[in-house]
Design a protein around this ligand. Structure first.
Ligand code: ADP
Ligand code: MG
Length: 752
């Protein structure tokens, strides 16, 4: 079964040969000609995915060491012990490791695997893998395939080059990867072989987290502990594990790879550092939910098949707002698994796009002037016995448990708005947040009409009604009436209640969702702790007092924290003024937002719930500052290089042509208007000056203080880069098209 699918996949490489064997410029001269040929000559060559020949049950999870596989292959007590850890969060009994490793190896070898890899998630936000072969010489000239429990549980990559923000120095570089049983092992396919991948946590020799996964697991544990206390107040004492759930919606761009390789900025920075706005942008909104282009749809189908095989439940696909922009959204899963799956989804998008002669860009703002890409993280919490704890039911006003949990979220977002802003802070996401297309950098909560009304009533002393949901009728007899949602949507809110979950929309497309989930889980754990502590005290074991005391608590929360609720237009100028009046933070850039991680409040939060120690938090801050400065630094140097070696030469060639024309005409006795020459000459001069300014800003001695360095990048380097761009983009509007060295926005966005 697995092999059949694998064969189909490997046949699918034929597309790349259609555009000249992968080299962008081989037979078509210019990237432009090659890209046009790639689109017009495109013929789908992969065998189609269908559920007739490969039934859903055979396709989904077929490359995963899933509970079903474990049940079949493991002794019953071992299987049960593992499931208790996975489903109830029980301590893992490591004595089962040898048995599991042996079964896993047999299964993987049946799937064609020769190697196993511990997969981990360093602070770069990327995915790292260390591969080891099963093959072990037997000492007598032969070899056996070996995989022990110890090898399953623990690895030791020499990860001394991963950023650790000072936790490890290179001479004490030991770092361990530790098997995370709650995220199942899977098979990664390649045309030449397959690898057994084992998701792991990555920690230092001293047990400190060096990765994104460890704090996710810790924060889920903290959330469960506090949620149990709240549930107990409402009489639910079964102890069923409360897990946070996440459904991340991934936006991305696809560009023809011929253009990609002709743009050093896309290759090295993931975004365009130059490019004039095309005559037609996204103003017609004709791309949004439009028919998906053939080549793109073929790519999506293959991606989906690959993701299904890995057990990633992708559900939705559509065109996004910007031309060349798309979205894929999976169904929600437990937060930890969703995080690993999200990483795998990003790598799969990139890997498969290459096969179709395209490159997938997950940068938050690859193109100025058109929408950027976000990754809305839908978040909720629930348990096997209680279901979704953020489901309000039809009459939220009398759903006390829901109201308490929802109020706890509102309190958490208000109290830790700075933290929520800082966990989505990056050099790339800065170009998106607040650009009137993505939520503003001001964090607020959208509740919708029904819940806002209920909480208003609570603030006024008590809620006794809920606006009914009603029925949607369209006035056409052939269309059925629909039950109407309780509230409309709001696309401009960074943190929106969407019926039975919250949607954190400020998260960037290129980010790991781990940081945002850690923040959400922990701040809500803190809020639930606050609520439970208060109610436990005031009720004193008398359940009859619950509703009275709850009412008081809810009123207090809404009075103290209601300022975070905003249902209006987050893009408007008026909101910025109002938010300031309400005392809400407006941390516009990464340099403004990251210092929040140093505040006492945030340190206390993470240490209290054992999610991040002070040292771990400090190391994260240092790493993120470093990454910010490095990203800006690379972009600045690229800007200088491209401006000097590509744009300036094109500009002076054209200037020379203009000048020659003027001189010749003058010789012939014509009067010639020199406006064009004057304009180009001005721009060339300004371009030169602005390059010199940028070089000056970059050359300033690096400060030891990373925070000061980040401020310098933000206040000096980025504006200087933008100035170079302004003149370069203006020149693009003058210079002869055949001399312009870079694929244009028009080409990159509209040829697909
Ligand atoms: P939209 O674009 O309208 O916001 P989508 O259907 O694209 O909606 O995405 C909704 C996402 O929310 C999906 O990933 C879905 O699985 C997720 N979701 C639904 N319920 C929950 C929940 N209880 N917890 C977390 N995520 C959820
Ligand atoms: Mg959404």
């Amino acid at each position: 079964m697995g092999t059949a699918i694998h064969d189909e996949v490997s046949q699918n490489g034929s597309y790349s040969s259609a555009v000249g064997g992968g080299s962008p410029k081989t037979s078509f001269g210019s990237p432009r000609a090659a890209a046009i040929a790639a689109v017009t000559n495109y013929k789908p060559s992969a065998p189609p995915m269908n559920f007739r020949d490969t039934p859903t049950g055979e396709l989904f999870n077929c490359n995963v060491f899933s509970p079903a596989v474990m049940k079949k292959r493991l002794p019953k007590p071992v299987y049960k012990a593992l499931m208790r850890t996975i489903e109830s969060g029980d301590k893992l009994d490591s004595s089962v490791a040898d048995v599991v490793a042996s079964a896993m190896k047999d299964w993987a070898i049946e799937k064609g695997a020769t190697h196993y890899a511990h997969v981990f998630y360093p602070l770069t936000g990327l995915t790292a893998e260390k591969h080891d072969s099963f093959l072990t010489p037997d000492g007598e000239g032969g070899a056996i395939a070996e995989f022990s429990g110890k090898q399953l549980i623990q690895g030791e990559p020499d990860g001394s080059s991963f950023p650790t923000g000072g936790i490890r120095v290179t001479f004490e570089a030991r770092g361990y990867t530790i098997w995370d049983v709650t995220s199942p092992a899977y098979i990664l396919e390649n045309d030449n072989g397959t690898t057994l991948c084992i998701p792991t946590a990555f920690v230092s020799w001293t047990g400190e987290a060096l990765d994104k996964k460890t704090p996710v697991l810790r924060s889920m544990q903290a959330l469960n502990t506090q949620a149990q206390r709240v549930l107990k107040l409402f009489g639910h004492t079964d102890g069923a594990l409360v897990s946070s759930t996440a459904g991340p919606e991934q936006e991305y761009f696809l560009v023809d790879r011929n253009f990609y390789y002709a743009r050093p900025d896309l290759v090295n920075a993931g975004r365009t550092l130059f490019g004039a706005k095309p005559p037609k942008g996204q103003e017609f909104d004709d791309h949004y939910f439009g028919a998906i282009p053939d080549r793109v749809l073929a790519f999506m189908l293959e991606c989906e098949r690959e993701l299904f095989k890995l057990g990633i439940p992708v559900k939705t696909r559509h065109n996004e707002v910007a031309p060349g922009q798309y979205e894929v959204a999976p169904m929600f899963e437990f937060a930890n698994l969703a995080t690993d799956h999200q990483q795998l989804l990003m790598t799969t998008l990139k890997r498969v796009a290459e096969k179709y002669g395209m490159v997938c860009l997950t940068h938050e703002k690859p193109f100025a002037g058109v929408n950027g890409s976000g990754k809305h993280v839908n978040w909720s919490m629930g348990s096997a016995s209680q279901g979704n704890l953020l489901d309000p039911g039809d009459t939220p006003h009398d759903n006390a448990q829901f109201l308490l949990i929802c109020a706890a979220v509102i309190r958490a977002v208000h109290k830790y708005q700075g933290l929520l802003r800082s966990v989505v802070a990056s050099a790339s996401n800065d170009h998106r947040l607040g650009a009137n297309e993505a939520p503003p950098a001001i964090i607020s909560v959208f509740l919708g009409d029904q819940l806002t009304d209920v909480f208003e009533q609570i603030k006024g002393g008590g809620a006794n009604s809920s606006i009914p949901k009603g029925t949607l009728t369209v006035g056409v007899d052939v269309l059925p009436p629909l039950p109407k949602d309780a509230g409309d949507r709001n696309r401009t809110s960074p943190f929106a209640f969407t019926g039975n979950r919250f949607e954190f929309r400020a998260v960037g497309a290129n980010q790991s969702i781990a940081g945002p989930l850690v923040a959400m889980n922990t701040i809500i754990a803190e809020s639930l702790d606050f609520c439970a502590t208060r109610l436990e005290e005031t009720i004193g074991g008398d359940p009859d007092k619950l509703h009275g005391e709850l009412q008081k608590l809810l009123t207090e929360i809404m009075t103290d924290h209601g300022a975070i609720i905003f249902n209006g237009d987050g893009y408007s100028e008026a909101w910025h003024a109002e938010a300031a009046e309400r005392g809400l933070l407006n941390l516009k850039t990464t340099a403004d937002a990251l210092p929040v991680l140093e505040t006492e409040e945030v340190k206390e939060l993470f240490t209290k719930y054992s999610v991040l120690s002070e040292r771990e938090l400090e190391s994260r801050l240092e790493t993120y500052l470093e990454q910010y400065c490095m990203s800006v630094g690379v972009e600045a140097n690229l800007t200088i290089e491209m401006a000097k070696t590509m744009i300036f030469p094109a500009a002076i060639r054209y200037q020379n042509e203009l000048a020659a024309t003027c001189a010749n005409l003058k010789l012939l006795g014509y009067t010639f208007d020199t406006n064009s020459l004057d304009a180009v000459t001005d721009l060339v001069k300004n371009l030169q000056d602005s390059i010199a300014d940028l070089e000056g800003a970059v050359a300033e001695p690096e400060s030891d203080d990373l925070m000061a360095e980040a401020r310098h990048c933000c206040d000096e380097v980025l504006p200087a880069m933008l100035k170079v761009r302004t003149y370069a983009d203006a020149l693009e509007g003058w210079v002869a098209d055949d001399l312009w060295p870079l694929p244009t926005y028009q080409e990159m966005l509209f040829i697909k």
